[in-house]
Design a protein around this ligand. Structure first.
Ligand code: SAH
Length: 477
């Protein structure tokens, strides 16, 4: 099945140039790990009682090769609606808000959130993701989904859910790649979980959707003409109808979920909060007493070794990731099927990884909120523990993206594509392949040094959650 897919899958979307032009991955560190320029480093000046302990060694993001942004843009500028909104929340609250509240508001405020009104991906956006790097990424996820569907006994109806589909590129490549496997594509009902109307529109276009009138007057039926599969959009997973076996894909979704940051102070672990100064700019402060999110910090501590906690002075905890993992696991335990989570992260506690990226450069987290992406490393150990608490679900991995794509046969796929393309397309395919499975800077790169593609092979991890009745999913055996 695997080999057949890799050689036979429909050839390709139009070759894109994105993999060779300069674009920035959200996780863009090279293999070395000194963190000499921490964009949000200035906050320490504003914190009371900050701990003297040295920065954690768990997460280190090498930003040395990056443009060094000003700490704040001090030029007078009209306040955006989002900035006004954040300040109002802090004023009416009568005190600072958590980093999670800040992040949620900045990314997904229904009117002015970062994701809501624009296409943020690619050379003209702020960063690039694997599906945009190469068609092979979506195709290999398709291989994974088909293998799982076979293991599930080839059900003739399946919910295929994608959380945070971005431009819809991953699913478009998955469907195009799988379109010769009619039994599989005919079984699919696609569900897109997307908060952004602008991105929903792009997804509709990229999946080549058409809309028809349904049985009753107000009902509309949307189909992706790539594989003739019905598609629907939802704001959250719980809105997807239950009762069918389900395949869930979450690629670079967990890293955008709002998280809480804690810092060790002389009085113990304090939550980092966002406040406004007298001159009306944002700053970080530490909570004077325990906050409600401390309960999640305690839960996270239970899953860690004492030594792991002892060496840290900063910790990030993501309650939404814990809750979402449990929701996914329950769905799969009841309805059958499995989920695939791929993201940049570590298999342990995450220390201080929240970052802001605008136009392919790291910027200050508090600078002009809503105009830059905010994301953080994913704590795969917390995901594993959260899923293991749900009876009927079993967890596999994490393994590196390189192992994952390699074991699924990306080498055969790239060879099949290289057999049938122009020299320019071959260059784009090779660069894309390197970025997906390589580590560090591409050895074959002949372009300008500051544009050397950085491999995503080891910084991105893959994890699967499947119904316990099923055998171990490929390629986690
Ligand atoms: N998976 C895509 C995009 C990753 S960016 C890719 O790899 O290219 C994160 C995506 O999740 C965007 O589509 C964003 O609009 C969506 N998103 C972020 N937070 C969300 C939330 N709370 N609910 C629904 N969608 C969300």
């Amino acid at each position: 099945m695997l080999r057949k897919f890799l050689l036979q899958a429909s050839i390709r979307r139009n070759f894109t140039a994105s993999s060779s032009s300069f674009v920035f991955l959200r996780q863009c560190s090279s293999s070395s790990s000194s963190s000499s320029q921490i964009p949000n480093g200035h906050f320490v000046e504003h914190l009371e009682n900050s701990a003297e302990s040295p920065p954690s060694a768990t997460i280190s993001i090498d930003r040395t090769a990056l443009y060094n942004p000003p700490e704040h843009s001090h030029e007078p500028s009209a306040e955006s609606e989002l900035v006004k909104n954040l300040k109002n929340i802090i004023k009416f609250r009568g005190g600072p808000i958590t980093v999670a509240e800040y992040m949620e508001e900045v990314l997904t405020n229904p009117k002015a959130g970062y994701y809501i009104n624009r296409d943020v991906f690619g050379a003209d956006g702020d960063f690039i993701t694997s599906p945009e790097v190469s068609q092979m990424f979506g195709e290999m996820i398709g291989v994974w989904a088909m293998c799982l569907w076979e293991q599930m006994g080839k059900p003739n109806k399946v919910n295929l859910v994608e959380l945070g589909p971005g431009r819809g590129t991953l699913l478009a490549d998955l469907l195009r790649g799988a379109s010769k496997f009619k039994n599989f594509t005919d079984s699919l009902h696609i569900h897109m979980i997307e908060c952004s109307p602008a991105l929903q529109k792009l997804q509709y276009e990229n999946l080549k959707c058409t809309t028809e009138d349904g049985a009753d007057e107000n009902e509309k039926r949307i189909n992706s003409t790539i594989a003739e599969s019905p598609v629907s959009w939802h704001a959250m997973l719980e809105q997807v109808p239950t009762g069918l076996p389900t395949i869930i894909i979450a690629h670079e979704f967990f890293d955008a979920l709002p998280l809480h940051q804690f810092q060790k102070a002389s009085r113990g672990w304090c939550e980092k909060m966002v406040d406004i100064t007298e001159n009306s700019s944002f700053r970080f402060v530490l909570s004077p007493q325990p906050t409600p999110a401390t309960l999640y910090l305690m839960k996270r501590f239970k899953w860690a070794e004492t030594e792991e906690i002892a060496r840290l002075s900063h910790i990030e905890v993501c309650p939404k990731a814990i809750d979402l993992t449990q929701e996914i696991s329950k769905r799969i335990a009841i309805d059958g099927g499995g989920a695939l989570i791929i993201d940049y992260g570590v298999n342990g506690i995450v220390s201080n990884s929240l970052q802001a990226i605008r136009k392919h450069k790291f910027v200050d987290i508090l600078d002009n909120p809503g105009s830059a992406d905010l994301s953080a490393y994913v704590d795969f150990a917390a995901i594993r523990h959260s899923a293991e608490e749900v009876p009927g679900a079993s967890v596999h991995g994490p393994m590196t993206q390189s192992q994952f794509l390699g074991s699924l046969g990306i080498n055969f796929r790239v060879e099949a594509l290289l057999d049938n393309c122009t020299e320019e397309q071959a260059e784009s395919l090779r660069t894309g392949y390197w970025r997906l499975v390589g580590e560090g800077e591409a050895p074959f790169w002949e372009g300008p040094d500051d544009q050397t593609p950085i491999g995503m092979g080891t910084r991105y991890l893959a994890m699967a959650i499947v119904n316990q009745k099923q055998c171990v999913p490929a390629p986690f055996q």
